[in-house]
Ligand binder design. Sequence first.
Ligand code: GDP
Length: 337
Amino acid sequence: MSMLEAAEPRQTALPPADQALAEGVLASQRRALAKAITLIESSRPDHQERAHRLLERLLPETGKAIRIGISGVPGAGKSTFIEALGTWLIDRGHRLAVLAVDPSSSVSGGSILGDKTRMENLCQREEAFIRPSPSSGSLGGVAEKTREAMLLCEAAGFDVIIVETVGVGQSETTVAGMVDMFCLLQLPNAGDDLQAIKKGIVEIADMVVINKADIDPRAAQVVRAQWRNALHMLRHTSSHWEPPVLTLSALHKEGIEAFWEQVEAYQAALVPSGDFAARRHRQSIDWMWSLIDSGLRQYFRNHPAVRRDLPDLTHAVAEGRTTPAAAAYKLLADLQT
Ligand code: GDP
């Protein structure tokens, strides 16, 4: 009996090709992992069906990694930092997967993150797996694929998952909603903190890192103090954790160990209190509801009566001939015809 059958004896068998894929993922074969991620990223309905069954099968082997979100504006030093951290972690026996959520790749076709020349050293390490952002669909669609890719990486035995994103639009909130610990990478410029406060990002930060502290260490300390003040006034994601503010230099690989100590301290504070598991449970329920919401919307748009009435009612609302509420109720009533 294979490992998979032992894990989930009641499930029907996967088709042989997907069974082999599942076993390849569990055996940490990078090609199998890459292929499985390509399968989940496909929008073809038959691929989706296979992907769901594959994920269902691998689910018992997921959840064992620490999931860390890293966000920062372009140029903040994210890839330099992830490369330094990743190399440091690999040297200590960890295996690291880096995924990206890049809203620019779906909006403009261009990409702020994720080109293959980044993190060159890390790319060459057997213990690292780097995957650029899925490029299809809305931010919600990109996030859904990234969540699933994260599970596949966990099934393949990666014990540290980093989800990288840029400070654009809603992507930070989205990533904070799929990781255990969300870190903001900041430049040592006074005033950056105000931007983040305005955007409501500070509330979701579990750690703030001021990078490039080597350029002007004193300025970095000033910005650090500002951040500490800003964070002190807020309610945090867990009552057992006060988000720390670190300064470091990704370029000179200084402060990497202190960063990891905080990741470990975070787990030590949140796991015993139950907050760590509670966050994951909440995220799973939120994920389910976001899939239900998008499934309902798709069902709605494909419904024959809605397709018939939607264009006219859209015009009527735009021209002020009917109210948005009346149009919405009429279209929702169409679902019952
Ligand atoms: P990303 O767009 O956030 O991924 O930023 P990159 O990692 O590509 O870094 C942007 C630039 O900042 C590069 O030229 C890096 O060499 C530089 N950089 C990154 N970290 C540091 C640092 O700690 N100190 C200094 N002086 N430069 C850095």
